[in-house]
Structure formats: C-alpha cells, structure tokens
Ligand binder design. Sequence first.
Ligand SMILES: *Cc1c(COP(=O)(O)O)cnc(C)c1O
Length: 374
Amino acid sequence: MLPYGRHSITEDDVEAVAEVLRGDWLTTGPAVGRFEAELTRWTGGVPCLAVTSGTAALHVAYTATGVGPGDEVITSPLTFVATASTAVLRGARVVFADVQPDTGNLDPGAASAAVTGRTRAITAVDYAGHPADYDELREVAGRAGATLIGDAAHSLGSTYRDRPVGRLADLTTFSFFPTKTVTTAEGGAVAVADPERFARASRFRNHGLVREPAEQRDPEHGGWHQEVHEFGLNYRLPDVLCALGLSQLRRLGAFRARRAELVARYHALLGGLPGLTLPARRSYTDPSWHLYPIRIHDGRRREVYQRMRAAGIGVQVNYVPAYWHPVFEDLGYQRGLCPEAEAYYAEQLSLPLFPDLTDAQQDRVADHLAAVLR
Ligand SMILES: *Cc1c(COP(=O)(O)O)cnc(C)c1O
C-alpha cells in the first residue's frame, strides 16, 4: 500500500543516531540543546523546548499558559483530537469554533464570536501545513485577554506574511511523528517567546524540578538538592532522538521544496477533473505542505476512499470533527455545532504526499483518481 505520508531516512540519519548510541549520553545530553538551537533558527529566534510528542508539546503549552479549571480554550474541530484533549486534561472546557471553508483553518470571526469572560487561550491549527490567519487571531486574542497558541504539527517551516511559524503565536507546538515534515520517531517541541512561560514549560517537562539554588525554598541542603514547586511530568526527548531530529532538520529545506513540487504537480494533474476541489493557498502564505487535502463532491468520498484503497493507494481522512469523538459527545457536545468543519470532513480525502513519493507513483495516484471519478 502506498502510504499517505511517510518518513524519509538517509544513511546520514542512521549515522547520527549510531554516533549517540556509541557515546556517553542516551537521554538528556548535548544533542538536545543542539536540536533545540537548530529548531530555534526555523522559528525566527523564538526559543524551543524538545519534548516527547506533539501531544506533550500541547500539554506543556497549556500548562505554561496557566490553563486550568474554569478556563475556556477556543480551537478548531478540524484537527487531531490531541489539540483539544490536552486542554481538557488541564481541567479547561474546550469551545469549538468553525473553520474557513477554503483552508480548513480556524475562522477568526467564529473564534471572536466564541469569546467569553472565561476565554484563556485560542489555539489555531495550521491545517495541512497552511498557516492560520494569525494577524486576525492575534487581534481576537488581544481583545479577549487570551493567549494565542499555534498547533503547528503540520507546518514547521511554513511562513505567513514573510514571518516563520513559531513567531506567529505566543506559544507554538510541533510534532515529529513519522508522517510529519521532519521526524524523531516520536517527538515534539514547543516554541515559547515569554521567558517566564519558557521557564514554566521547561520545568513541567522535567517533573517540575527546580535546580537553581537561588529559586529554591530551602537551598541549604547541598549540591544534590532539587525541589518540586508545581507538579510536572517526564516529557524529555532523548539525545538519541534529538540527534535524528538534528540530522532531519538539515533537510527541512529540501523536504519543503519537494513537497511544494509535488503539490504543484497534483494541481496540474488534477486541475481539470470534475467533482472535486483542490486545496487553496492564500497568497500571503508559503506552506510546508504536510497533507494534500482534496474535497470530493456529490457524496462520493466514501466510494473514492474505498476504491483508491482497493487499488493499493493509502488515502486518508483528516479529520473527523474533534467533538464527534464519543468522549466529547458524552460531555454534551452535539453534531451541527460547526457546519463548515462538518461539511469539510464529509468531503475530505488526503492523497499521498511525502518527500520520497516519486513522480511515477504520483502519476498513478492521479490516473486512478481520474478513473474513479469518471
Ligand atoms: C500529529 C498531531 C498532533 C499530535 O502529535 P503527536 O506527535 O502524534 O503526539 C497534534 N495536533 C495535530 C494537528 C497533529 O497533526
């Protein structure tokens, strides 16, 4: 089966990992800081913390924001459930606001209408790699006195009005799962502009441990002493995986370029086909495309999905609206809440897109889709 997404691993990646395995550090060692520093170049200088997954990154971001019981977090339902579930795990209530029909991104107007006195954070999702409308969302967040968070699991390397993802929100989260733009197997990161929030995020990642004597309540114990002031978790990304990430980041520019080339080829190959809508790109963005999301009209998405799969083409659907998950249904969220997101889901299909996809494989995808739609 041709997958919808796949990692690209070279011998350089293998060697980078093997080198760490032969050394003194398996977990927190020098590769962690090097990876974070390199990542910080991609976020336009906003400092980054490596963590164990994109989900951990979201959990860290909500914690560093101070999201807790009584707070509301506004987000898009057209996302992987972790964007919302990590806020619920902090004790917050998630308020889903609808998406723009062309990009599938959180609609600033809908987000604005969802603001209440309890709104603590607004989390945008850069669906398929296309940055959300951050300038408008920043205004909404500013008026609400809320923190703007970017779930950039899809969009590492993307730019919006000539600014890189990572600098567009107060906190930005990334995922390095194998289908994402660069991989560390499992892994993620959070970019945090504010130094106090950065310190809080950094501690939460490491059990909440306070190591600096100047900041300890009882620093007289001795050099071994560490204190917990706020509960945390172990979300540390090991050196072995940071070495892989560092090696992968060297090719992020090439990954971006190949993904853009494949997107342009899909546009050309599928542009004339009836019965579908191709993904839009707003002129002021330069996405690192993670997905190639098309919309299949006339109620034929299920049929197209099944016939593509039967032909060995691993198409995927991204995503079922988050509040359709039974766990949200049980909390009282009802269907019909976000009609644009539900309409998007009803038609959506992700075609294979990854750097090592060959032109010939892509031609086969396009030919088969054309045959199915005919
Ligand atoms: C992949 C993904 C996540 C979660 O990342 P993991 O590394 O798999 O935990 C969160 N949000 C979005 C939009 C994602 O695509």
